[in-house]
Design a protein around this ligand. Structure first.
Ligand code: DQA
Length: 143
C-alpha cells in the first residue's frame, strides 16, 4: 500500500513555531515518526511539504493512479482552499485530514475545513501522533 503524506504551509517550522500550540517536536521528528510507522505498518510512505497551495494541488493530481491513500494536513489552507478540496475530489483517493492542534477549540476562522468536506476522517489535537493514527486507519481500511 502506498500512502502520500502532504503537509501545508509552516508545518516545516514545527518545534520552532508556537510550541505552546503545536508542541516541541520538530518537522524532523515528524519525518522520523512517518518512517517508524511505515516500517511498523508495512506501507510505503512518501511525504511532501509545501508553503504553496498550487504545489499541493499538483501533488494531489500526481497521486492519481499511484497512491492508495492520502494523509493531509493542509495547515492554513484548510480554512481557505477550495482548490485543494477540488483536487482531492478529482483524484478520488481515500484521504484523512490531520491537524496537530485541536482546531475545534481555536479561533472561529479555523472552524471551517474545505478539504475536510472530502476527507473521510479528521484527526485533530493529538500532536504529531495524529499522522500515525491516520496511516493506521488507512491501512486497516484499504490495504
Ligand atoms: C493546523 C491548524 C491550522 O489552523 C493552522 O493554520 C496550521 C496547522 C494544525 O495542524 O493544527 O498551520 O493545520
Amino acid at each position: 500500500m502506498k500512502i502520500l503524506v502532504l503537509n501545508g504551509p509552516n508545518i516545516n517550522m514545527l518545534g520552532i513555531r508556537e510550541p505552546d500550540v503545536y508542541g516541541a517536536e520538530s518537522y524532523a521528528d515528524l519525518l522520523a515518526l512517518l518512517e517508524e510507522t511505515a516500517t511498523a505498518q508495512q506501507v510505503e510512505i512518501i511525504h511532501y511539504q509545501s508553503n504553496h497551495e498550487g504545489a499541493l494541488v499538483d501533488k494531489i493530481q500526481e497521486a492519481y493512479g499511484v497512491f492508495d491513500g492520502i494523509v493531509i494536513n493542509p495547515a492554513a489552507y484548510t480554512h481557505t482552499s477550495i482548490a485543494i478540496l477540488d483536487a482531492l475530489k478529482a483524484v478520488g483517493i481515500p484521504a484523512v485530514e490531520v491537524h496537530i492542534s485541536d482546531v475545534a477549540k481555536r479561533e472561529a476562522f479555523r472552524q471551517i475545513s474545505y478539504p475536510g468536506m472530502y476527507c473521510e476522517k479528521t484527526i485533530a489535537g493529538q500532536g504529531i501522533r495524529g499522522y500515525r493514527l491516520a496511516i493506521e486507519y488507512l491501512k486497516a481500511k484499504y490495504a
